[in-house]
Design a protein around this ligand. Structure first.
Ligand SMILES: Cc1ncc(COP(=O)(O)O)c(C=O)c1O
Length: 384
């Protein structure tokens, strides 16, 4: 048989699939993969059922149903003052993952340089490899997860096509400051690079910290592709409704890929999300409170279990250094946790290309029912 696309020859099963399988095999509590083990609000399910019963069951327009695009335009205007034309500048995708894929495929040519901040969400690097981009990693160093400015500046060159930002940041829970975002914009402008800003956790910020979309700052909107998704905000990661906000010219390029990739996205889910976004004002305070309580409960428990978690300002992840607990690296410690304490976490070294820092901590997801978190903490505190 002839070889497949050589870009995929080094692809391995994703760490999330591996850890989930290991968790199942060892009957461990799964705090590895980033999704809730409880349902989104019941009214949300009713909205989709209603949409199906009303006959919204055939292909949606390739750019997404107009109603949802209009609601998104109103939502981003109201919350952040961002203006996007629903006809030309908003595209509905099969989750943020498809949005990331289409953006990279639309903008990046083989050998173009793309700056990726590490630790990174794993689909960025996989897709960049498919696009045959030259990946330039820039490390966010513990414990504040900040870049060294010389390293960031040196990463940029005339060959830089794109920089990928994830804010709020998975896995670290970092929320980038205005100053950090402005640094990225200055460099992107200087080297005429695009910015892909993955903001799927935009509504999951804590302690009164406000999310600041990079597109709202300076003239970034001209070169930024903002990506988000309903999955995290409404606790329905399986619905896979994402969106891309970008100026008309960039959106056009991305739509050229999207039309031949998924073509269009699940119709009744789009109707459901359209209605749900209109209830955001009443929904968000309870949603944020719920997750902040989970964060506080879980991080306190981790401290009692002798971890020293870095308290996240956003996302539903917390990372905890392991040096005081074990001689093992992240992978070894995660394996030991699964086998001995029956708790699955994620070893972050797989989210780095350059630095070894990922070996020194692990990531837990706290988007879990109270009883799941309690049981996991009990196990972590035990002397097994
Ligand atoms: C940073 C980040 N981006 C994108 C995604 C994928 O989002 P979606 O499920 O909407 O494809 C995730 C999911 O965990 C994520 O953490």
């Amino acid at each position: 048989m002839k070889t497949p696309n050589f870009s995929i020859l080094n692809f391995k099963e994703s760490i999330f699939a591996t850890m989930t399988k290991m968790a199942q095999k060892n009957a461990a509590i799964n705090l590895s993969q980033g999704f809730p083990d409880f349902d989104g609000p019941p009214w949300l399910m009713d909205l989709v059922t209603e949409a199906m019963k009303s006959g919204h069951n055939q292909y949606a327009p390739t750019h997404g149903i107009v109603e949802l695009r209009k609601t998104l335009a109103q939502t981003y205007k109201k919350i952040y003052g961002l203006e996007f034309d629903p006809m030309d500048e908003i595209t509905i995708t099969n989750g943020a993952t498809e949005a990331i894929f289409c953006t990279i495929m639309a903008l990046v040519n083989p050998a173009d340089e793309v700056i990726v901040l590490e630790p990174f969400y794993d689909s960025y690097v996989a897709t960049l490899n498919l696009a045959r981009a030259k990946i330039i990693p820039v490390t966010l160093y513990r414990k504040e997860f900040r870049w060294r400015i010389e390293e960031l500046t040196q990463a940029f060159s005339d060959k830089t096509k794109l920089i990928i930002l994830n804010n709020p940041h998975n896995p670290t829970g970092k929320v980038f400051t205005r100053e950090e975002l402005e640094t990225i914009i200055h460099l992107a402008e200087q080297y005429d690079a695009y910015i892909l800003s993955d903001e799927v956790y935009e509504f999951l910020t804590f302690d009164g910290v406000a999310h600041l979309p990079i597109a709202t700052l300076m003239k970034a909107i001209e070169r930024t592709v903002t990506i988000s998704s309903a999955g995290k905000t409404f606790g329905v990661t399986g619905w896979k409704i994402g969106w891309i906000l970008a100026c008309g010219a960039i959106s056009h390029h991305i739509r050229m890929i999207h039309q031949f990739n998924t073509f269009s996205v699940c119709t009744p889910m789009q109707w459901g999300v359209n209605q749900a976004l209109q209830r955001l004002d009443e929904y968000l305070p309870t949603f944020r409170r719920l997750y902040q309580e989970k964060r506080d409960f879980f991080c306190q428990g981790l401290i009692e279990a002798s971890y020293l978690p870095i308290i996240p300002k956003g996302t539903y992840f917390t990372v905890a250094p392991i040096g005081q607990l074990t001689q093992l690296h992240d992978v070894g410690h995660c394996m030991e946790l699964i086998e001995r304490k029956k708790v699955a976490a994620i070893p972050p070294s797989v989210f780095y290309l350059k630095s070894q820092e990922g070996q020194e901590y692990i990531r837990f997801c706290f988007a879990k029912k109270a009883e799941t978190l309690e049981k996991a903490l009990q196990n972590l505190k035990s002397r097994l």
